[in-house]
Design a protein around this ligand. Structure first.
Ligand SMILES: Cc1cc2nc3c(=O)[nH]c(=O)nc-3n(C[C@H](O)[C@H](O)[C@H](O)COP(=O)(O)O)c2cc1C
Length: 159
């Protein structure tokens, strides 16, 4: 299985740390989004897309990139994020806009990972920012577990 992990990580490099662990566990190619061309996802069986959460959703450059992809078939995707606030499935599901765009392009979404990341945006600076040191070793271990589970699920589905 050929896999690509791509990410946007601007605020503190938080999501890049998750992307590295996930790509290494999957044995995937790892590229920042600015190095990925719209023709590239087609060359992979599985693509992971991640970023920090900005104003309630993944970074706009990632959403725009996915919106401009050609329609694809038989491709699997997973998404990942780091954020100041936790994902609340019904109230604050910040993964939804990206998932919707990927599904519209024909991707089957096979997994989703998120954890907290150092956040010094806006009012958080009143208290010197939040989540100092995150993602931490435990977050990275959970990201590796997520990727391992993904890989196991996809290998058994392919048998
Ligand atoms: C401009 C801006 C807007 C943000 N908006 C949100 C938000 O709506 N929800 C949230 O949970 N975190 C928000 N955050 C926090 C980031 O999602 C968090 O710090 C993330 O780990 C940044 O990832 P990065 O370092 O990979 O860019 C925001 C941060 C910035 C700088």
């Amino acid at each position: 299985m050929k896999a690509l992990v791509t990410y946007v990580s601007i605020h503190h490099g938080n999501t890049a740390k998750i992307a590295e662990v996930v790509a290494s566990t999957l044995g995937a190619d790892l590229l920042p989004l600015q190095e990925v061309k719209a023709s590239m996802p087609e060359q992979y069986d599985l693509v992971g897309f991640g970023s920090g959460i900005y104003f309630g959703r993944h970074h706009r450059t990632l959403l725009r990139f996915v919106g401009e992809l050609p329609l694809l078939t038989d491709k699997k995707a997973f998404i990942f994020a780091t954020s100041g606030l936790r994902r609340l499935p019904l109230v604050h599901d910040f993964g939804r806009p990206l998932k919707k765009k990927l599904q519209d392009k024909g991707f089957d979404i096979v997994g989703e990972f998120s954890c907290r990341g150092r956040d010094t945006f806006g009012a958080t600076m009143i208290v010197g920012g939040i989540h100092r040191g995150r993602p931490d070793a435990r977050d990275l271990a959970e990201a590796a577990d997520f990727a391992g589970t993904l890989l196991a699920g996809l290998s058994s589905a392919g048998r």
